[in-house]
Design a protein around this ligand. Sequence first.
Ligand SMILES: [Fe+2]
Length: 235
Amino acid sequence: MKSGTLLGAAGWLSTTDAFTQNLTNNDIDKLVDANGNYIQQALPYNENFLEPYMDTETMHLHYSFHHGGAVKGANKDLQMIKKSLSENNLETVDFWTKKLSYHFSSHILHSIFWTNLTNKRTEPKGDLQKRIEKNFGSYDKLKFLIAETSKNVDGNGWGIVAYQPYSDSLTVLQCENHEKLTQWGAIPLLVIDVWEHAYYLKYKNKRNDFVDALFNILNWDNAAQRLDTALKLTK
Ligand SMILES: [Fe+2]
């Protein structure tokens, strides 16, 4: 196992180590093994690392069961599609294709979400900051936009800041469930999970308070690294 994926006995690991290594070694998050089966990377910190803004019990349930469940689901969906093909029977393949879109999108967004959080306040710098100013006017304007977008998702979903290579610009998406209302090609840089499982234990029904609190722990350095990766992948 790579050293960056191990959690230190001291209680926490440098927040970016595991996922920085994952990104650096693979150009993009490594979410499958050599056989193409979906795998869940280790959290880059202990489950209490984001206290008090994200409580330990929520982190545990969210990572282990909600994200973990999506990985299991995506593997099953993939198997069922392969089975349908091997049996030349595509009667149910549309069901499994939809399920795979749902589960794999959940896996992707959750994997990014953990890296987008740290235990201190950060702000965009460098190329990311310049692009934010060009596309939204200022960081304050983007904060306002992504916060309102996230708070106002109908039902469960995500607020997403993405790089859109077709227009070479940053864009904000309001995603429902895990897979709806995207723009083709958009690469997520910073994602905000507003499913009830992300906040209900601590914030109850107050989604707005949860979204506002997240700004204390958003890891814009990770978003900047993701922008670098996206530009390299799409140039
Ligand atoms: Fe979630």
